[in-house]
Write a protein that binds this ligand. Sequence first.
Ligand code: DON
Length: 322
Amino acid sequence: LISRTLQNNLIVPSWLQFCDIIKEIFDMCKEVRDGKVASYIPQLGRANPESWGVSICTVDGQRVHFGDTTKPFCVQSVSKAFNYAIAASDLGADFVHQYVGQEPSGRLFNEICLDLKNRPHNPMVNSGAIIVSSLIQNKLNLADRFEYILNAYRKISGGEYVGFNNAVFLSERLTADRNHALAYYMKEYNCFPKETTSLNDALDFYFQLCSLEATCESMSVMAATLANGGVCPLTEQRCIDSRPCRDVLSLMYSCGMYDYSGQFAFHVGLPAKSGVSGALIVVVPNLMGICLWSPPLDSLGNSCRGVAFCKELINRFNFHNY
Ligand code: DON
């Protein structure tokens, strides 16, 4: 970063000007009062609706933060993107896609349905995410698998904060009738790999992945690793292979925003993934990773301030893919 600064060769050359505009969009979206904090899991319902943070990390490691960017939150469904990228880096995309499709489901994220080949539609809906997590290091015991994923996340975040919220994990497990129903339905259709002998363990692992914690700052680095082809911009270490990195961005583009994915792709034109904690990552390929966090969600489950931010970002900058 220092040598590129001295050479005046940074990916965003007028950085201070760029940051001023980001601050304006941040302030503007702070006024958004729409949405409701997710309450279907009691621990999530206690989130502060006022929390609002924006962090950006470029592929050159330039950083900017506004608002609540050091407060931890659960990654929830944002984990689905990274879990897929990790599984596909370990096992190869073709192997992973024997178990999960690439098609938007057009249904709710937790709906009980499979695609024409009897696989979950894609890795971004609950069914697909449960299957993808059951592929990760599935010859190890749960303790070693958890440790493996935690280390993988820490590598992707360049060593910045990744934690675990046990209260959310226990709460997820207590309120998981639908996820149990999904798992049994998929078992009936032989969707799981043969290594999965306990559905309870498979679900526990999935809940643990939802209950990992990050901050806007650390998650912006994770998003920047995706923007940078799978190489963490802070450590210059490869954490995700280049093909799975491309693939996860394609899936985020078509399926990352629940039933708003089509409209988001149309209006914003960038790969993104949201979660019920109000976390949202947006990737501008070859340029930057953005993490937005604000707990109130719209009726489709996306952060209201997060979506408002993305729309304004596209008004101000030429980041739309097309
Ligand atoms: O499986 C659940 O109920 C949630 N914890 C999933 C998290 C989420 O953000 C919704 N996602 N697709």
